[in-house]
Design a protein around this ligand. Structure first.
Ligand SMILES: [Zn+2]
Length: 445
């Protein structure tokens, strides 16, 4: 009989630095290798590309994978289900320690390659294998990896189904059950129902928003919200600036479309804007209008901001980094008066993002807003819908997949306990069929 173990490496005590191992006898499949950014940001002048893994582990910024030495098996693959940094950001620091390929959806694979090429401390030679959604990869004669289509706040997101002789282990993180996505297709419900019918031994799933009641609205709603704010005003001459997640290709696409309707030139500004969007454009996830401008490095951004201030703000819609008030981001630098683009009374600043509820980002955001308001900006907050499933979405997935065992991940104890309550409602028993794991533990099924 095959023994299956679930190894909680990171992201079980906190939100961030996700890493899970699934052990099938002596073969281990690692799922995600993420970063917890706020642990890096509290230190000034930290250059993460030059830092050693052990220092980053000590800071709590990356998963403590030293426990893998005692895991009773060897890592055969590192599987990444989407391209957010809390899922791929530790690859440059940890992947070289394993003789295993990195398997990821195509957009994710491209982002992984960029992360690796930025690395200055370690030489990361792991092969990066793009696996399309719906595709399967034979890892060993007994183990197969399948990507199942899902929706999330970044394109090309998947669940990973690990097929073993004892049934499927489903890694279901991160996701939303969006039936009307604005890029890509709805989740592959037929496939999820099928594997549910065939038998799922265990499901590992995010607990992040399992405490929020109801269902998470579709990205289509966010698209309408963005359009309503950008076009729903008689003050069409004022300066408008909008900020959102650089990796949120669907949202940025909605903003670009609204800019066209406003008869303004969309301008993407910031290093991460340039990275995520130019890759998405090259790979065909998004089509840029001919007039779109895009600038990444600081000099070219500053030059263009100067041009906007000279030609008139009403010609352009700058789409910028800085929605969390990050110290070096474009919006923060504008608010600090470090660019030629000056906020004037009546200019609109739109946050198409939530504020990440960590004390540091909240403080940064607060400071940013005060500075913008002092300059006379009108602020539109939270023009946004989440990329994470809410309680009733979780209920639906749990009943659809019907796993024998379920383990909440991607959250802290409070989030996990919300998930456990929901699972109990669905007939699971705490400690028997639904489990809370802590970083460093292995659960043998
Ligand atoms: Zn994510």
């Amino acid at each position: 009989m095959t023994e299956i173990g679930i190894i909680a490496v990171g992201g079980y005590n906190e939100m961030g630095r996700n890493m899970t191992g699934v052990r099938v006898d002596n073969d281990i499949i690692v799922l995600d290798m993420g970063l917890q950014l706020d642990r890096v940001q509290i230190h000034e002048d930290v250059e993460i590309d030059k830092m050693h893994s052990m220092d980053l582990i000590k800071m709590g910024a990356i998963p403590d994978d030293t426990i893998m030495k005692d895991a009773g098996g060897s890592v055969k693959a590192i599987v990444c289900t989407h391209g957010h940094l809390d899922h791929i950001g530790a690859i440059p620091k940890l992947a070289h320690r394993y003789k295993a390929p990195i398997i990821a959806t195509p957009y994710t694979a491209e982002l992984v390659k960029h992360e690796i090429s930025d690395e200055k401390k370690f030489r990361v030679n792991n092969e990066v294998i793009p696996l399309k959604i719906g595709g399967r990869y034979n890892l060993t004669p007994d183990v197969q990896i399948e990507f199942i289509r899902i929706q999330h706040s970044i394109v090309d997101s998947a669940f990973a189904a690990i097929h073993t002789p004892e049934g499927v282990v489903l890694y279901a993180s991160d996701f939303k059950l969006d039936r009307t996505p604005t890029i890509g297709e709805a989740p592959d419900f037929a496939r999820l129902k099928k594997i549910g019918k065939d038998g799922v031994r265990a499901m590992i799933t995010e607990s992040t928003n399992s405490g929020l009641s109801g269902k998470t609205p579709s990205e289509q709603i966010a698209k309408d919200l963005v359009r309503d704010v950008l076009l729903g005003t008689e003050e069409t001459e004022s300066g408008v600036i909008i900020t959102t997640f650089s990796s949120h290709v669907a949202r940025i696409n909605a903003i670009i479309q609204a800019a066209e309707e406003m008869d303004r030139i969309p301008v993407l500004l910031g290093r991460s804007m340039e990275r995520y969007l130019s890759i998405a454009q090259k790979m065909g996830y998004i089509k840029f209008p001919n007039n779109l401008e895009i600038y990444g490095n600081r000099n070219s951004v500053d030059k263009f901001l100067k041009r906007i201030s000279q030609e008139g703000k009403k010609k352009y819609l700058p789409i910028v980094t800085g929605h969390q008030g990050e110290p070096d981001a474009i919006l923060t630098r504008i608010a600090n008066g470090e660019t030629q683009f000056r906020i004037e009374p009546g200019d609109k600043v739109i946050f198409s993002a939530n504020t990440i509820p960590s004390p540091m980002t909240m403080a940064n955001r607060h400071a940013l807003e005060i500075k913008l308001k002092m300059a006379g900006a009108r602020i539109y907050e939270n023009v946004h819908v989440s990329g994470h499933a809410s309680r009733e979405d979780h209920w639906e997935l749990l009943r659809m997949v019907n796993p024998e065992q379920v383990i909440p991940s991607h959250g802290n104890m409070v989030m996990h306990s919300h998930y456990v309550e929901l699972a109990e409602d669905a007939g699971y028993h705490f400690g028997d069929t639904v489990h809370i794991m802590r970083n460093g533990e292995e659960l043998v099924l």
